[in-house]
Design a protein around this ligand. Structure first.
Ligand SMILES: *Cc1c(COP(=O)(O)O)cnc(C)c1O
Length: 452
């Protein structure tokens, strides 16, 4: 029998005013394995901290999402939102599952081309497309989603010069009952800007209006907002049909479905509260089916879902550096995961689970990262069992935005591995090293030497 670990006795204040029906306790069992691979082995081999992506979960998520929509609507196409996670291994997993690419910059466009996505299956969104980007997009027959009139006129000019037709859609923003409205992107529906832009496209000889696009927000908790948005896009499509006898090929509802993460300040866990993909699918598809499209003329429905498909497919493994008491007596645990690699800790209460067995004693704890910076807080209050130096933790649902918005700050960024569906582990991004960073820097001659 293994020797029991000593833990000091603990006197604990009873929190009679806390909401004890759901409690503050987050975890009862350790997370020792991810997809049957031992966390300890992963850290021994690939070091800590370490991002671990589950290919199985990605494939499961996209298949479930496709099913939710395809069961309800005849023509559905997903396009992977590159900015949510543009690691090539992740993008290619989605492309293998049939997803097109959705990009918001020239850099992301090139990344999609480099991943062998045919230009005609790249959706180019975003407010900043340079002339070079637009030229390239026209050349590759990409779908250009126009954000503003200056872009519309640039496309007119560049397509004319290239003697090639540009395939375009407009991004529409609208009041869906969710505030603040994301009206800085695209053309507004209510004030007539969207209709104006559509008429300008329809009278152009060099632009083909292929579709209508919206992206109403991110981490949306209201399926009904999508129903309102789908209704407004359907109205625009039908107005175009009636005025020009032109049928748009698709309606693109963007991304934004909430993942199962816990928003800071939410009373109940995201897994219990946030709408499911089926609820979003029901809201969108029933609106389109109930609108005035002829049944055999329903447009293709495109979804650019990012966050909801990747968040729970990634875990971040880390190691305890030390424990301390704050001046008011609160327990703090310092781990080797900082906000520089876990950007989303600013708005999520990420679930943190010990990676080894623990006893029943728990204590409210502040979890700090390793950075020499006061804002480096991973959890400002979490009920955790006692963790010792060298113990491992698993932070769950970190797949969306962290591996694109992370910063090289104070420390170098860690490795990322993917566990494939046969439980084989692949390094899909190496850890950074000093020499790589120094390659970007130049030292002027007069600063090369000094005497201290
Ligand atoms: C960011 C973005 C997405 C993906 O959003 P999620 O919230 O990750 O689902 C989709 N479309 C556009 C235009 C975006 O900017």
């Amino acid at each position: 029998m293994e020797k029991q670990r000593y833990e000091r006795p603990l006197i604990k204040k009873l929190e009679s005013s806390m909401p004890n029906k759901f409690g503050t306790r987050t975890e009862y069992v350790p997370m020792t394995h991810i997809d049957d691979v031992a966390v300890k082995d992963l850290i021994d081999k690939y070091e800590s901290p370490l991002f671990v992506i589950s290919e199985k979960t990605i494939r499961g998520n996209i298949r479930k999402a496709r099913k939710a929509f395809e069961n309800r609507y005849p023509k559905v196409q997903f396009a992977w939102s590159y900015k949510t996670n543009y690691l090539d291994a992740v993008c290619r997993t989605f492309h293998q599952e049939g997803s097109w690419a959705e990009v918001v910059s020239g850099f992301e466009f090139d990344k999609a081309l480099n991943n062998k996505v045919d230009g005609s299956k790249i959706i180019f969104n975003g407010p900043d497309k340079t002339e070079e980007d637009i030229r390239k997009a026209i050349q590759h027959n990409a779908l250009i989603h126009i954000d503003h009139l200056d872009e519309l006129y640039s496309i007119q000019e560049l397509a004319t010069k290239a003697k090639k037709k540009a395939r375009v859609a407009i991004r529409v923003n609208m009041d869906t009952g969710i505030y603040p409205m994301w009206d800085r992107f695209g053309f507004n529906y209510e004030n007539g800007q969207a209709w104006d832009a559509l008429n300008k496209i329809m009278r152009s000889e060099v632009m083909i209006l292929e579709g209508l696009h919206t992206h109403i927000g991110t981490f949306m908790l209201s399926p009904n907002a999508y129903a309102v948005a789908a209704g407004k896009l359907a109205d625009l499509a039908i107005s175009i049909r009636d005025k020009y006898q032109h049928e748009v090929k698709y309606i693109d509802m963007g991304g934004g479905f909430a993942s199962k993460n816990n928003l800071k300040g939410a009373y109940m866990p995201g897994a219990d509260m946030n709408p499911t993909i089926d609820e979003f699918a029901e809201a969108i598809t029933s609106t389109l089916i109930n609108s005035n499209f002829k049944p055999d003329k329903l447009p293709l429905l495109i979804l650019e879902t990012g966050r909801a498909l990747i968040d729970d497919a990634a875990h971040l493994l880390g190691t305890v550096i030390s424990n301390k008491r704050l001046s008011d007596g609160r327990r703090t645990t310092i781990i080797d995961i900082g906000v520089n690699i876990l950007f989303t800790s600013f708005w999520y209460d990420h679930k943190i689970t010990p990676a080894q067995p623990f006893t029943q004693y728990t204590e409210d704890t502040v979890v700090y990262g390793p950075l020499c910076m006061n804002i480096d807080v991973i959890r400002d209050n979490v009920n955790l069992p006692l963790l010792n130096k060298g113990d491992h933790v698993v932070i769950q649902s970190v797949g969306a935005y962290n591996m694109t918005q992370w910063m090289q700050f104070i420390t170098l960024r860690p490795r990322i591995v993917m566990i494939d569906t046969e439980r084989k582990v692949h390094v899909i991004r190496e850890k950074e090293n000093l020499n790589q960073l120094l390659e970007f820097e130049h030292i002027p001659d007069h600063l090369k030497d000094f005497n201290l």
